[in-house]
Write a protein that binds this ligand. Structure first.
Ligand code: AHM
Ligand code: MG
Length: 340
């Protein structure tokens, strides 16, 4: 053995030692989330066998109803998180309203916001998908049920954010802020543990020359957005080119690559989705926190994503995130878009 083996549980406990007054609740919350991720990972890995085991809505060989994976992931997270007394409420991309903590369980001081299975349209073709989560401290008084006010907080108030990518291996990446860094853990399925594999991730800058955007929407973009992508391509008199294009169409996977290699991920506004497509609370804000903690930047084109104060649970935003120098460049093109 060349280096010590650190499980995610051990890592969370070690990090908690930095907070002498910590109650342990926050660590327990992260631990429960990691457990939910393992259960979802197991099921995602079985997805290819669905034709053998039964289609959605049918009964499988064990006589159980087969659920859609995104519904399954939603239920796993809610069931893993509702009873331990950490949370005052939850909200999910898959659910219209606040998910209350059942009366029979204790009410805690944290809010959990999550996208249970992002990119789920990719499941049938074996493309990586992911879970995204964000944790806030409640702002309403202790003891009562969580409210909209607890959920609609700007991203800069997040206590922690993370994602799980169910890819060639399953990885969980999380941060509790810039001072504590961004850390990645790879699931070893043989022992059922997430092991620290990527300590203190920093997003490369100068970055890999990679941009990630759905270019099929070019005709629907603003002039500034078109010129920015022309710059990356080195066409129409913009930039030198030399960039590569990579777009999986699965946000967690596109972000994971961007975090590790550098580059920029973009989901700009277009004439069909003038406010962007991705959700502030479940997608943009948590990934923005991770990106910033790793030394990158996240913008809606002019504002820091973490400054957005959401007005509704399902608000959307344009999103530009990745290596700071490329997000700066994007903002510059968008500002001066119609010139040239
Ligand atoms: P979903 O929440 O309905 O799964 O949609 C989010 C997904 C992201 O994973 C991805 O970045 C984006 O939608 C892709 O959208 P498009 O197909 O328009 O490029
Ligand atoms: Mg989503």
């Amino acid at each position: 053995m060349r280096s010590k083996v650190v499980t995610i549980d051990r890592h969370i406990i070690d990090q908690e030692r930095n907070y002498p007054d910590a109650s342990g609740r926050f660590s327990a919350l992260l631990y429960d989330l990691a457990l939910a991720a393992k259960i979802i990972s197991r099921e995602v890995n079985m997805a290819g066998l669905i034709d053998i085991l039964g289609q959605t809505g049918e009964t499988n060989v064990q006589g159980e109803r087969v659920q859609k994976l995104d519904v399954f992931a939603q239920e796993v997270i809610v069931k893993a998180m509702d009873h331990a007394g950490h949370l005052c409420c939850m909200v999910s991309e898959e659910h219209g309203e606040i998910i209350p903590i059942p009366d029979r369980f204790d009410i805690g001081n944290y809010v959990l916001l999550f996208d249970p299975l992002d990119g789920s349209s990719n499941i049938n073709v074996n493309v990586s998908i992911g879970t995204i989560f964000s944790i806030h401290h409640r702002v309403t008084p202790k003891g009562g049920a969580g409210t909209l006010e607890d959920c609609l907080q700007p991203g800069y108030r997040q206590l922690a954010a993370g994602y799980v990518v169910y890819g060639s291996s399953t990885m969980l990446v999380y941060t509790t802020g810039a001072e504590r860094g961004v850390h990645g853990f790879t699931l070893d399925p043989s022992i059922g543990e997430f092991l620290l594999s990527h300590r203190d991730i920093r997003i490369p800058d100068p970055p890999a020359k990679v941009y990630s955007v759905n270019e099929a929407y070019y005709a629907r973009w603003s002039r500034g957005q078109q010129r920015l992508v022309d710059h990356f391509r080195g066409v129409n008199g913009e930039g030198q080119g030399g960039f590569k294009s990579r777009y999986i169409g699965s946000l967690v996977s596109d972000f994971h690559r961007t975090l590790l290699q550098g580059g920029i991920f973009m989901y700009p506004p277009d004439t069909k989705s003038p406010g962007g497509k991705l959700r502030v609370l479940y997608e943009a804000a948590p990934l923005a926190m991770i990106c910033e903690a790793a030394g990158g930047r996240a913008s809606d084109g002019s504002r820091n994503i973490l400054d957005i104060v959401p007005e509704g649970l399902h608000d959307r935003t344009p999103l530009f995130l990745g290596s700071a120098s490329l997000v700066d460049l994007a903002e510059e093109y968008l500002r001066n878009g119609s010139e040239g």
